[in-house]
Design a protein around this ligand. Structure first.
Ligand code: ATP
Ligand code: MG
Length: 726
């Protein structure tokens, strides 16, 4: 079995005892080494699978790993220790959570459960969503939990001692956020509900506080192996450290260049410093890439070399080139989708299997134009990790409202009548059904014609009819996109989405609206771009057959693609602002940009033989500007073949934008202000001025000229525009 591995990989497999770390780039066989090591432990050393913990990051990766191991090992029916952190924590909790006063049947909360509890807290404390959105409250509470671990468990959730609970409450301030947090914890406790963060906190807590629990797991886990450790959080490292105490057989693999969850607390440094915390440690470096051909590897090496905070390594491959890496520039999004679909068709015609092809993108709203192109070309596809664009809740809600304006079918009616809540309950709906049955008409017509019926005459119902009728009256004079924008504001859906913990909802809605604008442009010569026609046209995209799995093109976000590989990879929507994502850069500056770049590195290294980087012109509603090609295309180096005509002007602009942004990031990462308050400065246009204020956290300074109110500049103006040296 191990003869199929190279000698470094073999040494990683056979070094079964003690602390072993594999640090290596993408596609060098880390996961393969890990699965072979599992098989070696079972088949050669006779260790039982129930004593080997093997942790990875996503459910998808865990399933994949389990399947690979099964092919080599007779697992009997024990295999549930090849899993994610979350599912391992659930196992720990199921066994011993009773010690914390929780029943074995505790509830694992999802997003909607969290909203439910918050709603209750808001009602009880009189908080308005417009004052504090659910999203920011959830973020606040997550932060509190991480900072107040373990107190929030020991003093509050686990404690029945009222004085201790009061001490916990006194840890916070008198803010409404804190009171809401405390109330939320009470409700969680009342329903024995744990959110995703709680799972790891509670499991860690049990191991820390109950020696026999720790001893049990220490005794069980003879060997521990962890894949993708570059994305481990502090808490996950802590958990692993506790679990390995007895046997001290810990094998970790990772690639610091592929850390893409720093924003969620990943600590890639811990992998780099592993040898200090777990000594003595054997480190194995793999540098032969088995996955990709030379042009792809060259592009990947070239892009990641632009990151400053990294340990240098250079991968090589002995595979033969199949094709160049191609950058395809299209005139608009439709043409970009068209290029992808046509290329896939051509490859399929040449005998390549659709399931070996993947389209990756930065943010989930990007999937819309790709899905449309694939549907138009009758190419079967599956979206990994999430639902298809036109089946996403916010998209369906919006379409249902449009349907109400257009025709008013019963399905749409039922979807939106209480969205947002109009307090129309079961009795109301039952009455309405009876009336509609009697009058042989739709629910909406029944409502509209019988608003004087005492059971139907509710405030919410009257408002709903007014809303729909109002929109119907306006619909004639408005384009579909403008109607949709108005509708979303008037009915209150937009507020609902803006509040949502899931920021992607708003992006998806914006993308839906921009797709409507394109639809209007394309159909501009038609006698009439009617809402009816639009709704019929897009029904095509939501009613497609669901042929999952085999024989399908796979489309997914880059985050979902971690650890996977495909013969052909398209990275679509490669535009400045979208990828790299401008929100990330704004929030986390250079570190944000470097994380985006690692994401590009992950994307490029998924490809085995063919890699296409695609992007297009046009206005982006998400970024609020005309799109430009991403810097990540140019950073992939000279080997990339550029296709598609781009104007000189555009080439010039992209260069200028990248230069500007780099300079800005440079000055933003400067820790101290280069000027002091009171200092005299000279501006290229405004002349001599005095520095009035310096804000280092925002990298801003205020300068007044000629006793005018101060103007504000970012630090990067110093040097090229503002001079201090005279
Ligand atoms: P990533 O960083 O993307 O997670 P990885 O380092 O885990 O990558 P693997 O997925 O294990 O890499 O391996 C990449 C590809 O190379 C796989 O198709 C694997 O089968 C192949 N491979 C790895 N090692 C060898 C080897 N010694 N001989 C032949 N093929 C190999
Ligand atoms: Mg891997």
């Amino acid at each position: 079995m191990i003869s199929k591995l190279n000698s470094e990989q073999q040494s990683a497999v056979t070094a079964t005892e003690g602390y072993v770390r594999v640090i290596a780039g993408a596609g060098t066989g880390k996961t393969r080494t890990l699965t072979h090591r599992y098989a070696f432990l079972v088949n050669e050393l006779g260790i039982s699978p129930s004593n080997i913990l093997c942790v990875t990051f996503t459910n998808k990766a865990a399933t994949e790993m389990r399947n690979r191991v099964r092919r080599m090992v007779d697992m009997g029916n024990v295999n549930d220790l090849i899993c994610t952190y979350h599912s391992f924590c659930i196992k720990v909790l199921r066994r011993d959570i009773v010690r914390l006063g929780y029943p074995e049947s505790f509830v694992v909360m999802d997003e909607s459960d969290a909203h439910h509890l918050l709603k209750e807290c808001y009602e009880q404390l009189g908080i308005k969503r417009k004052d504090i959105s659910y999203r920011s409250m959830l973020a606040y509470m997550a932060l509190q939990k991480s900072e107040l671990y373990p107190q929030y468990i020991s003093m509050f959730l686990h404690s029945t001692d009222e004085a201790l609970r009061q001490d916990f409450v006194a840890l916070g301030d008198d803010s409404i956020e804190w009171r809401c947090f405390v109330r939320y914890l009470e409700l969680q406790r009342g329903g024995f509900m744990l959110d995703f963060d709680d799972l790891i906190y509670f499991a860690t807590y049990l191991l820390e506080h109950f020696e026999d629990v720790l001893n049990y797991w220490n005794g069980q886990l003879d060997y521990i192996m962890v894949d993708e450790t570059q994305d481990n959080s502090q808490r996950q490292w802590q958990l692993v450290a506790m679990l390995q105490q007895l046997h001290r057989n810990l094998f970790v693999v990772g690639d610091p260049d592929q850390c893409i969850y720093e924003w969620r607390g990943a600590k890639p440094k811990s992998l780099v410093e592993f040898d200090q915390n777990f000594a003595p440690c054997t480190t194995i470096v793999l540098d032969r890439n088995y996955r990709s051909t030379p042009p792809i590897l060259q592009a990947a090496n070239s892009i990641i070399a632009h990151n400053r905070s990294r340990i240098e390594k250079n991968l090589y491959t002995e595979r033969n080139a199949v094709a160049d890496v191609v950058h395809h520039h299209a005139k608009n999004e439709k043409a970009e989708g068209e290029f992808i679909a046509q290329t896939i068709k051509q490859l399929a015609a040449d005998g390549h299997s659709l399931s070996d092809m993947a389209v990756l993108y930065r943010s989930s709203f990007n999937s819309r134009f790709i899905e449309q192109a694939l549907v138009e070309h009758a190419l079967p596809y599956v979206v990994y990790g999430e639902v298809r664009f036109y089946e996403r809740r916010e998209v369906k809600d919006t379409i249902a409202y449009l349907r109400m304006v257009d025709s008013g079918d019963n399905l749409s009616f039922k979807r939106v009548i209480n969205l947002p809540s109009r307090k129309l309950g079961r009795a109301f709906m039952e009455r309405l059904e009876i009336v509609a049955e009697r009058e042989q008409c739709s629910l909406y017509q029944a409502l509209k014609g019988n608003l004087d019926d005492p059971k139907l005459n509710k405030r919410g119902a009257v408002e709903f009819v007014e809303l729909i009728e109002g929109l119907r009256a306006q619909a004639k004079g408005l384009s579909i996109s403008a109607l949709t924008e108005r509708l979303l504001e008037l009915c209150g859906l937009m507020t609902l989405y803006r509040d949502d913990a899931n920021e992607e909802r708003v992006d998806n809605i914006k993308d839906l609206i921009s797709s409507m604008r394109q639809y209007e442009q394309i159909n501009v010569n038609e006698a009439e771009v009617s809402l009816t026609k639009y709704l019929q046209d897009i029904a095509l995209y939501s009613n497609i057959d669901r042929n999952e799995g085999e024989g399908c093109v796979k489309i997914m976000t880059i985050h979902q693609a971690k650890g996977l590989e495909f013969d052909t990879v398209f990275v679509a929507g490669m535009n400045e602002g979208i990828f790299p994502n401008d929100r990330t850069i704004r929030e986390r500056k250079r570190e944000g940009l470097e994380e985006e770049r690692r994401l590009a590195y992950v994307a490029y290294t998924r490809a085995k033989e063919r890699l296409f980087l695609t992007e297009s012109e046009g206005y982006s509603m998400q970024v609020r500007m005309d799109k430009l090609p991403s810097r990540f295309i140019y950073e992939a180096g000279e080997g990339v073949r550029h296709e598609g005509r781009m104007s000189r002007e555009m080439e010039r602009r992209i260069k200028a934008v990248i230069e500007y942004s780099n300079r800005e990031l440079e000055s933003l990462s400067q820790p101290t202000a280069p000027v002091k308050v009171g200092q005299v400065v000279h501006h290229r246009y405004f002349g001599q001025g005095i520095v009035e204020a310096v804000d280092e956290s925002k990298s801003m300074l205020a300068v007044s000229f000629d006793n005018q109110p101060p103007r504000h500049f970012s630090f990067h103006a110093i040097g090229p525009i503002l001079h201090t040296d005279f």
